[in-house]
Design a protein. Structure first.
Length: 220
């Protein structure tokens, strides 16, 4: 295990938790997009929260005359609300269709990359991974869980990495790790198989690192 991988998880382990193996984490680009209705709202930063608080206090004063209009029959009649819902549905359908076309092209290179519905363990893992921004970061297996970490300072040049947990999975929810480098573009791919039988394709940039990571996961 490279030292900078070990260092990345130094502050992320729970008391008494033991790091077994760590390497780079490369999200599989063929993973399906999460439908809009299942996406989690983005968590605003502290700065965004402060700005939002100031804006909301100002906007509430400016918008007072508008509140009266919003209660008028024009703003609240059934036709207006129905048109608004229809426009929103069309926008979401178009976005989902574009995501589906992108995913189909990726699957042609990567093969099947997930098995199980959105309520399965693999589906929920995919949702959390998408919510984290599908980070290219680090992954580790410990005596308790699988951890995917992302660098909060990635967009700040010449800054020290600030690693945070993006997604983690208890070991009791994991059945096995399975090396699967056979796809055209997936030499560092492995499949994470969950206890409910669902699975998802993850990976490392290099096949050698992936195989070392999978062997350590299954051997501990």
């Amino acid at each position: 295990m490279k030292q900078h991988y070990r260092d990345g998880f130094r502050g992320l382990l729970q008391p008494g938790e033991t790091l077994v193996e760590a390497c780079d984490f490369a999200p599989n680009p063929a993973l399906p997009a999460v439908p809009a209705e299942l996406r989690m709202p983005a968590r605003p930063s502290q700065w965004e929260q402060r700005v939002s608080g100031v804006f909301d206090s100002v906007a509430s004063v400016i918008a007072r005359p508008v509140v009266a209009v919003s209660h008028s029959r024009l703003a609240n009649n059934r036709l207006t609300r129905a048109l608004g819902r229809a426009a929103e549905a069309v926008s979401e359908a178009r976005e989902n269709a574009e995501d589906a076309l992108d995913s189909a092209a990726e699957r042609a290179l990567w093969g099947q990359v997930i098995e199980g519905g959105w309520q399965s363990m693999a589906g929920r893992f995919r949702i959390h991974l998408a919510h984290a921004g599908d980070p290219t970061g680090l992954q580790a297996i410990t005596d308790r869980r699988l951890i995917v970490a992302l660098n909060r300072n990635e967009d700040r040049p010449n800054s020290a990495p600030q690693w945070v947990v993006a997604v983690d999975v208890p070991r009791r929810n994991i059945a096995r790790f399975q090396a699967n480098p056979g796809a055209v573009a997936a030499r560092g791919r492995f499949d994470l198989v969950f206890a409910d039988g669902s699975w998802i394709a993850l990976g490392s940039a290099l096949r050698r690192q992936m195989e070392q990571f999978v062997a350590a996961c299954n051997g501990h």
